[in-house]
Design a protein around this ligand. Structure first.
Ligand SMILES: C[S@@+](CC[C@H](N)C(=O)[O-])C[C@H]1O[C@@H](n2cnc3c(N)ncnc32)[C@H](O)[C@@H]1O
Length: 165
C-alpha cells in the first residue's frame, strides 16, 4: 500500500491513543525481562511502553514500520498497545507464529475472550491490570476501557487465566 494511503488510513481510523506511563509500570513491573529481546512493534521512541522498558535497562527496540513487516524471529517477546482497528488481526498473527506477547486490548475484547465468544487458537490467555485512560495527540486524556492481556504468566503469578487450560 502506498505510504500516503497508509497515513490516510491511520488518520481516518484514529488509533492514536497513547498508553500512560503509570499503566505501563502497573503491569510490566510484574515481569523480569532480563536476557530477553523485546520488540514494541506499534511504538515510537515517545511511547511510554518503550520508555519504561528502556528505563529498566532492558534490551528493547521500537519499530517505525508496519508491525506486519517486523522480523519477529529476532525477538523473544512483543510488548505494545496495538492499533484498536487492527487488534484481532494482530493477535491472530502473533498466535499463528507462536510469539509471546503482552499487549493492551479493549475490555470488550477481554470479555469476548473470557466468555469464549472469541478464540485465538485455544492457547492460554492471561488477564492483567486495567488501563482506563489514554493520552491523545493534542495532550488531552481520554477514557477508554482497556487492559492488558498476555499469553505468558507474569512472574508474580498475579494474572488470571481467562482462556485455555
Ligand atoms: C493505540 S496506539 C498506541 C501507541 C503506543 N503503542 C502507546 O502505547 O502509546 C496504536 C499505535 O499504532 C500505530 N499503528 C497503526 N497502524 C500501524 C501499523 N500497521 N504498524 C505499526 N503501528 C501502527 C498508530 O499510529 C498508533 O500510534
Amino acid at each position: 500500500m502506498p505510504q500516503q494511503l497508509k497515513t490516510c488510513r491511520r488518520v481516518i481510523e484514529d488509533d492514536e491513543f497513547y498508553t500512560m506511563y503509570k499503566d505501563v509500570v502497573r503491569e510490566l513491573h510484574k515481569y523480569d525481562f532480563r536476557g530477553k529481546k523485546i520488540i514494541c512493534p506499534c511504538d515510537t521512541k515517545e511511547s511510554n511502553i518503550y520508555k519504561y522498558l528502556k528505563d529498566c535497562y532492558y534490551d528493547v527496540r521500537y519499530s517505525n514500520k508496519d508491525w506486519r513487516s517486523v522480523d519477529y524471529s529476532k525477538y523473544d517477546i512483543v510488548i505494545t498497545n496495538p492499533p484498536f482497528s487492527q487488534v484481532r488481526e494482530f493477535i491472530r498473527f502473533l498466535v499463528d507464529k507462536d510469539i509471546k506477547f503482552i499487549i493492551i486490548v479493549s475490555d470488550a475484547l477481554r470479555w469476548s475472550i473470557r466468555k469464549q465468544k472469541l478464540s485465538f487458537g485455544g492457547g492460554r490467555i492471561y488477564c492483567g491490570k486495567d488501563a482506563q485512560n489514554f493520552t491523545r495527540p493534542d495532550g488531552s486524556i481520554r477514557p477508554v476501557h482497556c487492559g492488558w492481556i498476555s499469553n505468558i504468566p507474569d512472574d508474580w503469578g498475579e494474572n488470571k487465566l481467562i482462556c485455555g487450560e
